[in-house]
Write a protein that binds this ligand. Sequence first.
Ligand SMILES: *Cc1c(COP(=O)(O)O)cnc(C)c1O
Length: 388
Amino acid sequence: MTSGARAEIVVDLAAIRHNVRRLREIAADSLDPGVEPPKMMTVVKADGYGHGVTEVSRAAREGGADWLGAATLEEALAVRDGGDTGPLLCWLTVPGDHWGAAIERDIDVTAYSLVELAEIEAAAERLSVAARVQLKVDTGLTRGGCPAELWPALVAECRAAELRGTLRITGIWSHLACADEPDHPANDSQEKVFLEALDVARQAGLRPEVRHLANSAATVLRPSVRFDMVRCGIATYGLDPAPGVTRDLGLVPAMTVRAPLAMVKSAPAGTSVSYGHTWTADVDTRLGLVPVGYAEGLPRVAANKVEVWLNGKRRPERGIICMDQFMIDLGDDEAHEGDLVEIFGTGHDGAPTALDWARAAGTINYEVVTRIGGRLHRVHVDSERGRG
Ligand SMILES: *Cc1c(COP(=O)(O)O)cnc(C)c1O
């Protein structure tokens, strides 16, 4: 343990740097000769997918991130508060958001509609600076973004605003619905709608610096949608964006969650474990108590399906995962209070990963790492620079 015997999240910043470098290589792969490799945006929303936004932002820049991306404006401001001064985009604003703060701190905001555009322009006029605005077009995800039928009016108004000097359209982008399923017809369809939207914008006179469509999965699986920039979130953290579809990407999971064994006890055959007695020992065994639960973000539905790592072996979880704790089966093996339990991590030696927990819980690796927190202490280490 890096900080005494307590449950903690350990984030290796060397892994983040490595993954960003590796993703840049992947994004530059199999391009036609003379084609410039796309820029890299590292997505640091949701506190850097649970890894710590300030530390991840810094490591990502060191690994070669040209841009950082956040969902909310508050998150983007947190990136700035952490000392980052580079290109930065956010995309999930609400009416009445602090547009002025975004403009003053050189954050690109995303507009989906004329209403938003008017608010951004008003803030820019008050500050007498041109706001940096990117436009999101809905190409078929059917979430945020300008519907295709309203797109011509939006880009026309943006061009007029550029000429008034209130804003500059710095980017045009969209987001894919099925990038982790490369054969899904939505990918072709969204790419086509995006190209049409770019064409309409061009005819209206817009000349954005960056056009972008790819998330992690598309960066890896669909070279045709890399455009000027790719936006990588999950893969930055070393997690597979399309399990079962991708080849080995050479990424390293950055997050390890671990805790000391709090107690060891014997469980004779017939002993039932935890709330509801959902598991009963059929032979004599020994059980260990792990002091981490669903309050720390572990999925309760993974109970009796998931495994953790202790003393060089996988150990099955037994009984319901409680708010603060769960039990594991030690069998006949020697184990002591204070021994370190790795709940999930890099997958070294076959140890459990966030993906294993996701599968046990019927969800995706994104949700597992993003929810982890609660009372866990988060520490940042750097395996290349000898810290931690
Ligand atoms: C979260 C997000 C990403 C990153 O997606 P990953 O699948 O984690 O790479 C990219 N773009 C937008 C708009 C997002 O919301």
